[in-house]
Design a protein around this ligand. Structure first.
Ligand code: NAD
Ligand code: GLY
Length: 360
């Protein structure tokens, strides 16, 4: 596989490097991206650390970095305020300076938390993302959103802080559980739905993990290139970036309904995309064959295409409550595969259509 590089012109500008075995070259690449760093603070989790931690640390130590490693318990609950404080105290106890760096090695949980810690300790140090899940490679490591979860909801505190470098080793995906790989594929399919019909067809022709892995570098590159264009246009999420939420509004309802344990994010997004497509058909704005096309690509991957939930969860997810009744909501719909259509609708109307769809 040839190495692929993308340059993102957001923040100070940074490269995304996709390359087989890049983990073993991380030291030199990070030295070039953070030339004044003496100390590197590697943040990872209990699943990823034994798999990839030693290779990364060896590569950093060859470049004479002073390396400190923090291993978080794997899982969403690690994205907490208490862990954020723990990371700040750990870095400052080890003498972090403004020219040092944080290296996030893991999935979106590690990336979001370590990113938040990097962007706030000493008012900000450099961040390198080394995403190891499909979801984090195609989505969370690129674009600069960092976050923790609060008791009041997910991702409710965070920053926009672009990394200085993103390194993706597609080989790390080989150790992902099937369920996590499929969940990442929901986000991959999303890019085809909202932006690129040819990419959607490319994915459709590869209905298994094995077939997808044979072309994984191209898949990662295509997704990151789409996200690059969106983020460069709307870094701070005030307009175009909302199209990345296709399938997510209803997906949030399904995650909520499942208590955030029954369905992982990508699974909820998969069902959310199909339901959003059906809603678009019901509104007369989406080609009638679109829901079936999306289902046909998600089902072979083992992803759910419909999830049952209480109507109250749908109401919460689309922001329909007594106080906001009558307000508008912007739904991310499709005209057809590859053509996204953000549509402002009265919330009450959305509620009616969803109720009617459930009645069918
Ligand atoms: P995750 O970080 O929890 O990783 C999923 C599981 O895979 C974990 O158990 C992890 O330990 C394990 N894992 C990671 N890499 C592995 C590997 N190579 N081999 C084996 N196991 C591995 O979850 P995720 O799906 O990567 O990310 C979800 C998080 O990302 C959520 O918190 C979500 O809010 C956030 N997110 C952020 C953005 C953003 O723009 N910042 C975008 C999308 C999602
Ligand atoms: N994951 C959505 C975004 O980065 O805006």
């Amino acid at each position: 596989m040839d190495a692929m590089t993308l340059h993102v012109s957001a923040g100070g500008g940074y490269d995304i490097l996709i390359d087989h075995g890049v983990l073993d070259r991380a030291g030199g690449l990070i030295k070039a991206a953070l030339p004044r760093a003496k100390r590197l603070f590697v943040v990872t989790d209990t699943n990823v650390s034994p798999l990839y931690g030693p290779r990364l640390v060896a590569s950093l130590e060859i470049e004479s970095f002073e390396v400190h490693t923090y291993v978080l318990p794997a899982g969403e609950t690690s994205k907490s305020a208490s862990n954020l404080v723990a990371l700040w105290e750990w870095m400052t106890a080890h003498g972090v300076t403004r020219t040092d760096g944080v290296v996030a090695l893991g999935g979106g949980v590690v990336g979001d938390l370590a990113g938040f810690a990097a962007s706030t300790v000493l008012r900000g140090v450099g961040l390198v993302q080394i995403p190891t899940t499909l979801l984090s490679q195609v989505d969370s490591s690129v674009g600069g959103k960092t976050a923790i979860d609060l008791a009041t909801g997910k991702n409710l505190a965070g920053t926009f802080t672009q990394p200085r470098l993103v390194l993706m080793d597609p080989e790390t995906l080989r150790t992902l559980p099937d369920r996590e790989f499929a969940a990442g594929m929901a986000e991959v399919v999303k890019y085809g739905c909202i932006w690129d019909a040819a990419f959607f067809a490319f994915l459709k022709a590869r209905p298994s993990r094995e077939a997808l892995m044979a072309d994984i570098a191209h898949i990662l590159h295509t997704c990151c290139e789409i996200k690059r264009q969106v983020v460069e246009t709307d870094e701070h999420d005030t307009g175009l970036r909302m199209i990345l939420n296709f399938g997510h509004t209803l997906g949030h309802a399904y995650e909520l309904a499942g208590g955030y344990t029954r369905w992982i994010h990508g699974e909820a997004v998969a069902a959310g995309m199909v339901t959003a497509a059906k809603l678009g058909v019901a509104q007369g704005v989406t080609d009638p064959d679109v829901p079936g096309q999306i289902e046909a690509i998600l089902s072979p991957l083992g992803l759910p295409t419909a999830i049952d939930c209480d109507f109250s969860d749908l109401e919460k997810a689309v922001g329909i409550d007594k106080k906001s009744a009558g307000d508008d909501v912007t739904l991310i719909l499709l005209e057809k595969i590859g053509a996204v259509l953000p549509l402002k609708l009265p919330k009450a109307q959305v509620l009616d259509v969803l109720a009617e769809m459930r009645g069918r």
